[in-house]
Design a protein around this ligand. Structure first.
Ligand code: PEP
Ligand code: MN
Length: 348
């Protein structure tokens, strides 16, 4: 529920609303705006009797949020969220952020080469898993902390910010120490203890849609992060499981405009996991930018044929450079532009 204050409501009137909300057993979240202040009521799992609040001095109106998720909804906050990253980089504004890099961090040479190549083509954020959620326990599981350190080194050398996955609640603080954005993978979208911990990490979170998750479930998972006080959340459509085995997943690009109408949070697309096939990644990446995604995340490997994970969907560096030049034109045609990478001095 949102308690909208009259224009010119006094600090005491706002304070009284906050107290009343707390007396009713909920948390109050004052949200000062350009035109007027609203007080959000959080902690309810159903309709709250608003009669006591509606009668308080300075209250203009009460808005009941109709969606099961509250703080992530556009009803709660109409203005689109812009996630602020170090060095002034943003995701969710008018620019389109390009995140690129290998599936996994494999070695110093591999990640530094990949970083240099994607930076040269114009990506602004480096991806690469240090902790890998693999379907088989016998597949490469990632380099762990050593991988995080290599990512930090790549940031220092190239100016690319870092996004990498935290797989369990205990690992969040460690990942947050090195990463600029903490990724929560598709398999963990409904790992609620992980979400709660990531909500307290102090770092922006990239939340990937689960392979069988509805959009409502994705937004409810994001709500866990906001409920812990972390509003710096970026959603990611990465494909859902379909019945056709032609591609690895079905990249649901409809989710982009749908999420944008339901939520103020930015949403990006991952056409690599979304298709699983290198030759399908480029057209779907172009389509994601055309559909209005706030960014794309693309797997790129210096030598995909040698990749320890997801080689079949990893672009060759030349293909990525070609994609970037096309993405620039598409972004411009939609009134946007591709976010510029930072310099190494600013990022490190
Ligand atoms: C990844 O981006 O590294 C990854 C494992 O993706 P997903 O969680 O979407 O499968
Ligand atoms: Mn991968």
């Amino acid at each position: 529920m949102l308690i909208v204050m009259q224009h010119g409501a006094t600090a005491q009137q706002i304070e009284r609303v906050v107290h009343t909300v707390e007396e009713l057993g909920y948390q109050a979240q004052p949200m000062p705006g350009k035109q007027r202040t609203a007080v959000g009521l959080v902690g309810n799992d159903g309709r709250v009797d608003s009669s006591r609040l509606a009668a308080l001095p300075g209250v203009k109106e009460i808005i009941h949020v109709t969606q099961p998720y509250k703080q992530v909804s556009r009803e709660w906050k109409d203005e689109s969220t812009v996630v602020h990253l170090p060095g002034g980089l943003t995701i969710g504004g008018e620019s389109v952020a390009v995140i690129a890099g290998p599936c996994s961090v494999e070695s110093e040479q591999q990640i530094l080469t990949a970083a240099t190549q994607v930076r040269a083509a114009g990506a602004c954020i480096l991806r690469g898993g240090a902790f890998k959620p693999r379907t088989s326990p016998y597949s490469f599981q990632g380099l762990g902390v050593a991988g995080l350190k290599l990512l930090a080194k790549a940031r220092d050398e190239t100016g690319l910010l870092i996004v990498t996955e935290a797989m369990d609640p205990e690992g969040v603080d460690l990942v947050a120490e090195y990463a600029d954005i903490v990724q929560i993978g598709a398999r963990n979208m409904q790992n609620f203890s992980l979400l709660k911990r990531a909500g307290r990490s102090g770092k922006p979170v990239l939340l990937k849609r689960g392979i069988a998750a509805t959009i409502t479930e994705l937004l409810l998972s994001a709500e866990y992060l906001l409920a812990e006080g972390n509003g710096e959340v970026i959603l990611c459509e990465r494909g859902i499981r379909g019945f056709d085995g032609t591609t690895r997943n079905v990249l649901d690009l409809t989710a982009i405009p749908v999420v944008q109408s339901l939520s103020h949070l930015p949403i990006i697309a991952d056409p690599s996991h979304g298709t699983g096939r290198r030759d399908k990644v480029i057209p779907m990446a172009r389509a994601a930018v055309a559909a209005g995604a706030d960014g794309i995340m693309v797997e790129v490997h210096p030598t995909p044929d040698d990749a320890l994970s997801d080689g079949a969907q990893s672009l060759y560096p030349e293909q990525f450079a070609e994609l970037m030049s096309q993405a620039r034109v598409i972004a411009e045609a939609t009134g946007r532009w591709i976010a510029e990478p930072l310099s190494a001095e600013v990022a490190s």
